[in-house]
Design a protein. Structure first.
Length: 151
């Protein structure tokens, strides 16, 4: 990767109570190397289905990473939106922030594992998990062995 190339990171977040952890993860990734962030909020157009809107989320993400953050329409089918973007070569990494397994529609549909199957590194941020532990009990877990580009 040449020094002007940036790693593109897709952040998928919906109804998350883990905003501080997500913003910390974005901040840490921004410090780790040149990157760009794009935020996808599934069902963003339906205020009764999401508690994070683009209007509230984008400024927080911008402050966390210190640069402009783009938005991507997540629609009602988050995996299809992520799959299209990743298969199109638009993203090198994905960060998924979700509610605890029992409550999260995204987790019930195994979204992080399905995204990992697309061949990109996936970091999962879920409340109630402790840092440094595995997927079953860690706060941020890398789901694939695919190293992020540029690391």
């Amino acid at each position: 990767m040449d020094s002007t190339e940036r790693t593109r990171i897709l952040v998928v977040a919906n109804r998350t109570t883990e905003t501080p952890r997500l913003l910390d993860a974005v901040r840490e990734r921004a410090v780790a190397g040149p990157c760009e962030f794009v935020l996808l909020i599934p069902d963003a157009g339906s205020r009764n289905r999401t508690d994070w809107t683009l209007e509230s989320a984008l400024p927080m993400m911008r402050r966390a990473c210190g640069r402009t953050v783009e938005a991507l329409d997540g629609g009602a089918k988050p995996f299809e939106a992520v799959s299209e973007a990743v298969k199109g070569g638009l993203f090198d990494e994905v960060i998924v922030s979700t509610l605890p397994h029992k409550a999260a529609r995204l987790m019930h549909r195994d979204l992080p594992q399905r995204i990992a199957g697309l061949g990109v590194p996936v970091t999962v941020i879920e409340p109630g998990r402790r840092a440094g532990m595995g997927l079953a009990d860690g706060s941020m877990s890398l789901l694939t062995g695919v190293p992020p580009r540029g690391r």
